[in-house]
Design a protein around this ligand. Structure first.
Ligand SMILES: [Mg+2]
Length: 310
């Protein structure tokens, strides 16, 4: 059997170091925000992605990279100087061209890395939760993941990781990795539901209330999937734009939840499929749970207007 130990330790290392970069930017008074479509993007997103891509390229030069940020226009000489200042202060040696590295995607390969340099930029901006998400798939099959979440449960940095068929793990602070598993709560009314703080839609909470759920956890980023995986929450429902759902957003959290013993499907019950940078789903929402009542939750969703109208 082929193991992916090297890829997993690289992914863990990358989120660990990339968090130092994003936290460096967060500690500055100005975070240098710029707008991309309707969503914010920061120099920290760019600095984190450039570092991650250059490192993957160094260790796995033949692999393909699927990464969120793509832009050269925003990186003017002032921005370059700030990114370089950040790297210097963190002792990161970097001699490549910043813009070229940001846009580098490697070669077409069955081995594909996914990079979300900051997931939950709004949370990042406001001093709340955000995550750095790394994924790796082989022939479109999620194979490893590492997710770094600063300030998770008052720990400076929590890293979640998973390898297909080998379970999910967590490391709080700099401690060793230990196995995690989903919660064994089976009474839906007692479920704790995570939902998006900034991108929620009313049907999600309405549906949860109709089940008698009353414990709501609003949070940004894929940290919500981490909470389902480590048993801090039993349910997460995410509204999705079927045309604009990207692999880097979901692959790491999906693998983590599954390896922790949970279930994750779209709200019609179908699995998520990854085709390069796109998530293919059959309904405008995703549901992750501890798995115990997943089928019942799907049945309850069947009569929801969101599915009738999609
Ligand atoms: Mg992002």
């Amino acid at each position: 059997m082929v193991g992916y130990h090297k890829e997993l330790s690289l992914a863990v290392d990358l989120v660990k170091h990339a968090t130092k970069i994003t936290e460096w930017f967060r500690s500055k008074k100005s975070l240098f925000f710029i707008k991309k479509d309707d969503s914010p993007v920061t120099l920290a997103d760019f600095a984190s992605q450039i570092f991650i891509i250059s490192t993957i390229k160094k260790y796995f030069p033949e692999d393909q990279i699927i990464a969120e940020e793509e832009s050269s226009v925003f990186i003017n000489s002032d921005a370059e100087n700030i990114i370089k200042r950040c790297y210097t202060s963190l002792n990161i040696t970097f001699e490549e061209n910043l813009k070229e590295t940001l846009n580098y995607r490697g070669f077409r390969s069955k081995r594909q890395w996914t990079v979300d340099p900051i997931d939950g930029t709004k949370g990042f901006q406001k001093g709340l939760a955000y995550a750095i998400g790394m994924g790796f798939m082989v022939q479109a099959e999620p194979t490893i993941c590492a997710i770094g979440v600063p300030n998770y449960k008052n720990t400076s940095l929590t890293i979640f990781s998973a390898e297909k068929n080998h379970g999910a793990k967590v490391s709080y602070g700099d401690q060793n990795f230990t196995k995690i598993s989903v919660s064994n709560k089976n009474e839906i009314k007692k479920f704790r539901i995570c939902h998006s703080l900034h991108y929620n839609e009313p049907w999600v909470l309405k549906f949860a209330r109709s089940l008698g759920v009353s414990n709501f956890i609003p949070l940004d980023s894929m940290a919500k999937l981490c909470m389902v995986a480590d048993g801090s929450s039993e349910l997460y429902i995410k509204p999705m734009n079927m045309q604009r759902s990207f692999t880097w957003d979901f692959l790491p959290g999906e693998l983590l939840v599954k390896e922790a013993g949970g279930m994750i499907t779209d709200i019609r019950g179908n699995p998520i499929q990854y085709v390069n940078d796109r998530c293919k789903i059959t309904a405008p929402g995703l549901i992750a749970s501890n798995g115990i009542r997943h089928d019942e939750l799907l049945s309850a969703l069947k009569s929801n207007d969101i599915l009738k109208n999609s």
